[in-house]
Write a protein that binds this ligand. Structure first.
Ligand code: PMH
Length: 368
């Protein structure tokens, strides 16, 4: 595992106050007073799961969602006592561990319950997952879902805590597939013999843009971090504040002769006398090779990344000599200019989620 390199001037800055305000703001806009479960999987979308989870709870979230049992266990180790739901599939052999730690598991098949019923634990909280069209995990057949409900009712190993589904296109302008999924979910879950405490379907996009689809809990991910789930395809209905920025410093600077080559492959050649600065951050930090040619901010000015991005370093062309130690901003505000996560995503041909989640554990997270 990469440990954070704290003796190097590259870091992610996380503004927890912005996360707090986003959660409060979104909560105030909920139409049916739904509970919020903050989605803090993948280290809280790279913001730090414990820190983001804590502040979301302080701001009114009543539970947390993670992708894996291990992510849930590290929240428990950090003394977070609120409900935690694992959204992915967990092997039956860890059912007892989940039960002992009071971590709720997602169940997507009846056989899982039959097998888990043979394990030794007191009470395990279960959320049944319905596949209404995402095509990832979940019940698609009402008969099987009814069978799962019967097991949950009969076997006091289990507490039937929730039932849910996930949308594939809630972030798109066209809502026809979204409506189809919603209809399927309502149909397959109509008149079930269990009155689940939580019925939940909404991710951020659903929470922001779709009415009457929150049921009684929403799973809030990207929006609590202040980012638009659609990139820029649909405008946000109200302001959210980005909490994430990425900074480093110039560690080396030189003036080069015309025709000087820079980095692996010698693909960049100076056109004239140029100032070239070296930044200690590279693709092992998650700043991918395809970011070559994208810009960073130095002294509020846009400077291009020249030559290939290396594993741990990259070079930029700056308009003048700057001191070693001058701040460099790869994402976020510097002077009067800002490099948005969306613009980096667009440049890299990906989505804002992937840009932040790619940034590795080698980068320390600094909290404001
Ligand atoms: N619920 C489930 C089941 C999810 O998988 C996710 C995000 C969320 C809620 C939160 O979504 P949001 O961040 O859009 O609010 N899951 C993923 C994923 O698997 N790939 O990208 C996002």
């Amino acid at each position: 595992m990469l440990s954070p390199s704290i003796h190097r001037p590259s870091y992610i800055e996380v503004n927890l106050e912005n996360i707090r305000q986003n959660v409060k703001n979104i909560k105030a806009h909920l139409k049916n007073n739904e509970e919020i479960f903050a989605v803090v999987k993948a280290n809280g979308y790279s913001h730090g799961a414990v820190e983001a989870g804590r502040v979301a709870i302080e701001a009114g979230a009543t539970g947390l969602c993670v992708a894996t049992l291990d992510e849930g266990l590290s929240l428990r180790e950090a003394d977070i006592i609120e409900p935690i739901l694992v959204l992915g599939v967990t092997d039956v052999k860890y059912a007892a561990l989940a039960a002992q730690q009071n971590i709720s598991l997602t169940v997507a098949q009846t056989d899982w319950l039959k097998e888990a019923a043979r394990e030794n634990f007191a009470t395990l909280k279960i959320h049944l997952k319905v596949d209404s069209g995402m095509g990832r995990i979940g019940f698609t057949n009402r008969e099987e879902l009814l069978q799962a409900c019967k097991i949950l009712q009969k076997d006091n190993h289990f507490e039937a805590e929730g039932i849910f589904t996930h949308f594939a296109t809630a972030d798109e302008v066209d809502d026809s597939y979204f409506q189809e999924q919603l209809h399927k979910f309502k149909k397959i879950t109509a008149d079930l013999p269990i009155d689940f405490k939580y019925k939940h379907v909404a991710n951020s996009a659903t929470t922001l843009w779709r009415d009457d689809s929150g049921f009684n809990m929403v799973r809030l991910g990207i929006a609590m971090y202040g980012l638009n789930p659609s990139g820029s395809a649909i405008e946000l209905p109200y302001e959210l504040k980005t909490a994430f920025s990425l900074h480093s410093e110039i560690v080396f600077i030189k003036e080069v002769e015309p025709k000087t080559k820079i980095s692996y492959g010698a693909t960049y050649e100076a056109q004239a006398e140029e100032w070239i600065a070296t930044i200690p951050l590279g693709y092992a930090d998650g700043w991918l090779r395809r970011m070559q040619g994208f810009e960073v901010l130095v002294d509020g000015k846009r400077c291009p990344i020249v030559g290939r991005v290396c594993m741990d370093q990259l070079m930029i062309k700056v308009p003048q000599k700057y001191d070693v130690g001058t701040q460099v901003t790869l994402l976020g505000k510097n002077g009067n200019d800002t490099i948005t996560i969306e613009s980096a995503a667009e440049y890299a041909g990906t989505i804002n989620y992937e840009i932040i989640c790619s940034l590795s554990e080698r980068l320390p997270r600094i909290y404001k």
